[in-house]
Design a binder for this molecule. Structure first.
Ligand code: HEC
Ligand code: CU
Length: 336
C-alpha cells in the first residue's frame, strides 16, 4: 500500500513540477504551430503507451503460464519454434509499420510547424549571454526599433522570428506558441508562429549557454491588432527629453558614469550596443531577462549591484553614490 501511495504521489508531483499547464507549456497550445506539436505529441504518447502495455501483458502471461523446464533442454521443439518464428515475424512487421506511421505523422506536421507564410511582423532576435535583443524589422528604417526580452505581436497574424546569436548557441523556445529553434553565430535561422488568442506566453533559452542560462527568459505578448499598433508606434519613438532637474541630472550621469557605453537610449547620445536598449525601459514588465519584475526597488537594486542579482552577468557593478543612483533611477523611470 505504501508503495502504491508513494508511486501515486510521485506521478502526481511530476505532473505539477513539469508544469503541464500554464503560460509556458506545450500542453497549453495557443498557436497553430504549438497545436500541431501537441497533436503529434499525444499521438506518440498514445502509440508508445499501447506498445508498452502490450509488451507488459505478454510478459505477464509468460510469467504466469511459464512451463517447467524440459529434461533435454537443447532438443528442438518444432511446434514451439514455428510459433515463436511467426510471433517474431508479426511483431517485427508491426514495429516497422508503427515506426513508419509515426514518421509520416511527424513529417506531415512539419508543414504547419515550419510554416513560411508571408509574415505581417518580422522580428530579429539576437541571443546574448544572458538576454534577448529584439529588433522589429520594417521596410523603411524609421519604422524599425529595438527592445529587449519582451516581444509583442498582433493576434491572428503570422510572425516571423529571425534568429541569430552574438556569442554562444542559444535556443528560442515558447512552448505555448511553437517549438525550439537554435540561435547560432553567423547563421540565420527562422521560425514562424501565429498566436490564436491574446495573452502573455513565457519563453526560455533552451540550450545551456553559461552561468545565467536559467535567467534567460522572455515573454511573447499577443495583443489585439489595434493595441499592437499603438504599442509599436509608441516604442518607435525616441525617448522623451528629461524635463525636471533630477532627471536632467540622471540623463547626464547615465552618460557620465559610462552606462551609455553599453546601453542605447534613442534620442540621446547614449548609443552603446553591449546591453539592452533602454529607450522605453519603463514600459517593460521585467528586467534582466525575466529575472525580476520591473519596479523602483528592483531597478535600483539592479543598478546598484547587478552582480548580486544575476552573478556573472555582463553588466559590471558601477561605483555610484546614492544621490547619483537616485538621479539615474528617476531618469530611467521616465522612459515610458
Ligand atoms: C559593460 C557594459 C554595461 C555597462 C557599463 C552598464 N550596463 Fe546595464 N546592462 C548590461 C548588460 C549586458 C545587461 C543585461 C544583463 C542580463 O540581463 O544578463 C544590462 C542590463 C541593464 C538593465 C536591465 C535592462 C533590461 O531590460 O533587462 C538596466 C536597467 C541597466 N543595465 C542599467 C544600467 C545603468 C544605469 C548603468 C550605469 C550605471 C549600466 N547599466 C551600465 C551592460 C552594461
Ligand atoms: Cu541562452
Amino acid at each position: 500500500m505504501v508503495v502504491w501511495l508513494r508511486s501515486g504521489l510521485t506521478v502526481a508531483a511530476t505532473c505539477v513540477l513539469t508544469s503541464c499547464t500554464g503560460w509556458q507549456s506545450s500542453f497549453n497550445a495557443q498557436a497553430a504551430q504549438s497545436e500541431e506539436i501537441k497533436r503529434i505529441l499525444l499521438i506518440f504518447i498514445a502509440v508508445s503507451t499501447v506498445v508498452w502495455v502490450a509488451v507488459m501483458l505478454v510478459l505477464l502471461v509468460g510469467l504466469i503460464r511459464g512451463r517447467p523446464l524440459r529434461e533435454q533442454r537443447l532438443d528442438l521443439d518444432e511446434a514451439f519454434e514455428r510459433r515463436a518464428g511467426s510471433v517474431i515475424l508479426v511483431a517485427g512487421i508491426a514495429t516497422t509499420i508503427a515506426v513508419l506511421a509515426l514518421s509520416v505523422v511527424s513529417y506531415g506536421a512539419q508543414r504547419t510547424v515550419f510554416a513560411n507564410d508571408p509574415p505581417v511582423v518580422t522580428v530579429k532576435v539576437t541571443g546574448h549571454q544572458w538576454w534577448w535583443e529584439v529588433q522589429y524589422q520594417a521596410d523603411s528604417p524609421h519604422l524599425g526599433f529595438t527592445t529587449a526580452n519582451e516581444i509583442r505581436v498582433p493576434v491572428g497574424q503570422p510572425v516571423t522570428v529571425e534568429l541569430e546569436s552574438a556569442d554562444v548557441i542559444h535556443s528560442f523556445w515558447v512552448p505555448s506558441l511553437t517549438g525550439k529553434m537554435d540561435l547560432v553565430t553567423g547563421q540565420q535561422n527562422r521560425t514562424q508562429f501565429t498566436a490564436k488568442n491574446p495573452g502573455v506566453y513565457r519563453g526560455q533559452c533552451a540550450e545551456f549557454c553559461g552561468m545565467q542560462h536559467a535567467h534567460m527568459a522572455f515573454t511573447v505578448t499577443a495583443l489585439a491588432q489595434d493595441e499592437y499598433r499603438r504599442w509599436r508606434d509608441q516604442q518607435n519613438q525616441s525617448a522623451p527629453s528629461p524635463s525636471d532637474p533630477l532627471s536632467i541630472r540622471g540623463e547626464q550621469l547615465f552618460r557620465g558614469r559610462g552606462c551609455g557605453l553599453c546601453h542605447t537610449i534613442r534620442g540621446t547620445l547614449a548609443g552603446g550596443q553591449l546591453g539592452p536598449d533602454l529607450t522605453h525601459i519603463a514600459s517593460r514588465d521585467t528586467i534582466a531577462a525575466g529575472t525580476l519584475p520591473r519596479n523602483s526597488g528592483n531597478l535600483a537594486a539592479w543598478i546598484a549591484d547587478p552582480q548580486h542579482i544575476k552573478p556573472g552577468n555582463l553588466m559590471p557593478k558601477m561605483p555610484l553614490r546614492s544621490d547619483e543612483l537616485i538621479a539615474i533611477l528617476h531618469y530611467l523611470e521616465q522612459l515610458q
